[in-house]
Design a protein around this ligand. Structure first.
Ligand SMILES: *Cc1c(COP(=O)(O)O)cnc(C)c1O
Length: 450
């Protein structure tokens, strides 16, 4: 299986190369040249498989780099936690992706990548510096996933004022091969620093690799849980369609869903819910794309993204070309996009009201990101009441205990703290601090890692 770049001027590569490189040399993002087909026979059996079995089968079809046995070993080791599907009403469900070691859905991809890249590095006897920008949750998922993996060092950049105390401590208390920089700026600034470092020929010797949502290794594992959940709530083997609602920031999670759909998962519609960073809902409505600079600060902080990298992939899959600077070089098929996606922007005010209502009406405890998704699905059903009987899922992408103040203030409930978040208060933190300045960042990298 070969992977091409959305900017179309870099050579095609194998999955192993795409995993190690992250971004393509032409600054585009990798996508699989051919999409594997999920046959009806396979979809019929999907609900009988364990999560690691399903993941190994789906992921093996992309990767000749690993044997099926190796893939099953990777997935069994990576997915050793619960993946609850919570009942809200008869047809409506919440897929809780918050039970991994860092309590966000980012664990699904990060744990796969940690193990896959760890094996590749060991096989080739290489060393790697994983450089990642985080809006809150990627950093801790990646740091946990690569913690202690031989041959690999991790450096995470996070925006100082945009991550919660708990999110920060989840990253800064690990130590070992994992280091952090607190940046006096926004997520987009962190991402821009990281992207520039990747493109900098002076830094080639550092063997940089990325693990944020520009890496294809993030997307493939994120297609599995859509198939898993759909198989549990609908007769997908006989073509029954599901409604899927994804709270979105950088659009990596949604791209996992879109890949599953393009491989044959029967989907009625994707409801795409953003916070006040509404560049994608506006684009789908108007056909004109305008990134938001600087990105708007919302309580669903992991979705404060003003120019989502993965939009380039979505546009590519619909026949267009969006370059890394946000220029729409070729317009995608807007009619097809409108057919497949219903996109809404949810305000902080409505996010809070939704947390309140979901708890009062259904006893469901949400945090701000999941609430954006829940509200997005509500809005879709208001416009399309004919789909109330369609099996539907909205995603809860983080554990409510990561946002205890917000959840407590709104619902009066203290979210139970999962084991992975316990005892963080007492652990010592370590991180460096930096202004948004590429030259400072570059000399830091050269000093510390050369
Ligand atoms: C990263 C993140 C999101 C956004 O996911 P994207 O793939 O960037 O769209 C949503 N919720 C939480 C809790 C996250 O950590």
């Amino acid at each position: 299986m070969k992977f091409y770049s959305t900017n179309k001027s870099a050579p095609e590569v194998t999955l192993a190369e795409a995993l190690l490189m992250g971004q393509a040399p032409d600054k585009g993002l990798y996508l699989p040249r051919h999409l594997p087909h999920l046959s009806q026979a396979f979809l019929r059996t999907a609900s009988q498989l364990t999560y690691p079995e399903l993941a190994a089968k789906v992921l093996s079809s992309y990767a000749d780099t690993f044997t099926e046995e190796e893939m099953l070993a990777i997935c069994t080791d990576a997915y050793d936690f619960d993946i609850p599907i919570e009942h809200v009403t008869d047809r409506r469900h919440i897929l809780r992706l918050d039970r991994g070691p860092s309590a966000s859905f980012k664990d699904f991809a990060a744990r796969f990548m940690g193990r896959a890249i760890g094996r590749l590095v060991a096989r080739e006897n290489r060393e790697l510096l994983i450089l990642t920008a985080t809006s809150g949750d990627t950093g801790s998922a990646v740091a946990h996933a690569f913690l202690g993996v031989p041959g690999i060092k991790v450096l995470v950049l996070f925006p100082r004022d945009e991550v919660s105390d708990r999110q920060r401590k989840q990253m800064t208390t690990l130590g070992d091969n994992v280091a952090m920089i607190s940046v006096d700026g926004k997520f987009d600034d962190c991402q821009a620093l990281v992207k520039r470092a990747f493109a900098d020929p002076d830094l080639t010797a550092l063997n940089l690799s990325s693990a944020n949502s520009i890496n294809i290794g993030r997307l493939l594992p994120q297609s599995v849980y859509y198939i898993y959940a759909a198989a549990q709530i609908a007769d997908i083997g006989n073509g029954e369609k599901v409604l899927i609602c994804v709270p979105s920031g950088n659009f990596g999670n949604l791209m996992g869903a879109v890949l599953a759909f393009k491989c044959g998962l029967p989907v009625e519609k994707f409801v795409v819910a953003t916070n006040a960073n509404d560049e994608v809902p506006l684009f789908i409505e108007s056909g004109s794309y305008q990134k938001i600079e600087p990105s708007r600060v919302c309580i669903s902080n992991a979705m404060n993204v003003g120019h989502p990298s993965n939009l380039a992939r979505l546009v590519d899959l619909y026949g267009g070309h969006l370059d890394e600077t946000g220029q729409m070089l070729k317009q995608p098929d807007m009619a097809a996009l409108k057919q497949d996606f219903f996109a809404v922007s949810i305000s902080d005010d409505l996010t809070r009201k939704t947390i309140d209502a979901a708890y009062k009406e259904h006893g469901v405890l949400l945090e701000p990101h999941g609430a954006v998704g829940f509200a997005g699905l509500n809005q879709y059903l208001e416009v399309h009441p004919e789909h109330t009987e369609t099996p539907m899922i909205s995603l809860e992408t983080a554990h409510p205990a990561k946002f205890p103040d917000e959840v407590r203030n709104i619902t009066g409930v203290e979210p139970p703290v999962p084991a992975c978040l316990e005892g963080l208060e007492e652990k010592p933190e370590a991180f460096d601090e930096m202004r948004v300045d590429y030259d400072d960042f570059k000399s830091y990298l050269e000093r510390k890692y050369r």
